[in-house]
Design a protein around this ligand. Sequence first.
Ligand code: PRT
Ligand code: ZN
Length: 286
Amino acid sequence: MTTRLKIAIQKSGRLSEKSNDLLAECGIRYSPSKRSLVAKASGFPMDVFLLRDDDIPQYVADGVADLGILGENVVAEVGKPVSIAKRLGFAKCRMSLAIPKEMEYSGLQFFEGKNIATSYPYILQQHLDKNGVNASLHEISGSVEIAPSIGLAEGIFDIVSTGGTLRSNGLKEVAVVMQSEAVLIAHPNLGAAQKELLDELVFRMEAVMNAKNKKYVLLNAPVEKVDAIIELLPGVKSPTITKLAVEGWVAMHAVMNEAEFWSIIRDLKSLGATDILVSPIDKIVR
Ligand code: PRT
Ligand code: ZN
């Protein structure tokens, strides 16, 4: 029997679409069915489990699934023995303490003897212990940000992304406890065959991630400006240069970040570059 990798991803929520997209860009497709929580993938020997994110660490720790994709914050909170195989760069957020905006904040000691509402008691308790602060934690599963206004707690500990939710609830962020992003986790003792498939999956994910926000830029330039243009091209070891049929002109090809492109476009033009084409890149294998 050929080995198959079992991966657990979030069924529906903030991570599901990006997790799906990442697998699809790695050539792995599946169609979830309403009746079953497992879907057989094509393009890779893989079965996809669709779960609540909080359940993923347990499945992976027990070896029911070999891999999982979820937020680092949940991995840290649940505390199951799993290893992080790859940081995936999406669903970035931070876990922060916040208090009503009119309160004065002097440091973590502010929380001494106070009540803090959170859905992440484990991460918070560890942070308070490390800093010698005693506080009472109130575990609630949702709408943590309303706790101070209803008198349940003096502060909260929650996920923050833009900070808009805190602001609209009259709160201010006073301390960042951890940064988080989506991660690929793995069972700590994968078999050799599974390990080989994991390496192949990580290889594909890296090729996809290397290409994120990268553009392939083609331009025509007068031959005497080539050196000056090379100076401008960021992080390029040796751009490809080909002769054009027209005497004294070359075509140059390079890979760069979108932001870098916008920052040099005016200079490229003033050096005489013309017919500048910019196209997306799907994968970069280094
Ligand atoms: O149903 P299931 O249990 O699977 O999902 P869930 O409801 O537990 O999680 P979900 O889908 O809301 O989030 C999944 C993961 O996304 C989290 O564990 C984080 O790793 C990550 N993530 C990234 C976020 C955010 N950004 C985020 N902004 N999770 C939640 N939020 C919340 C935050 O709590 C705040 O209340 O979004 C609100 C808006 O944030 P601001 O600061 O942009 O206003
Ligand atoms: Zn959850």
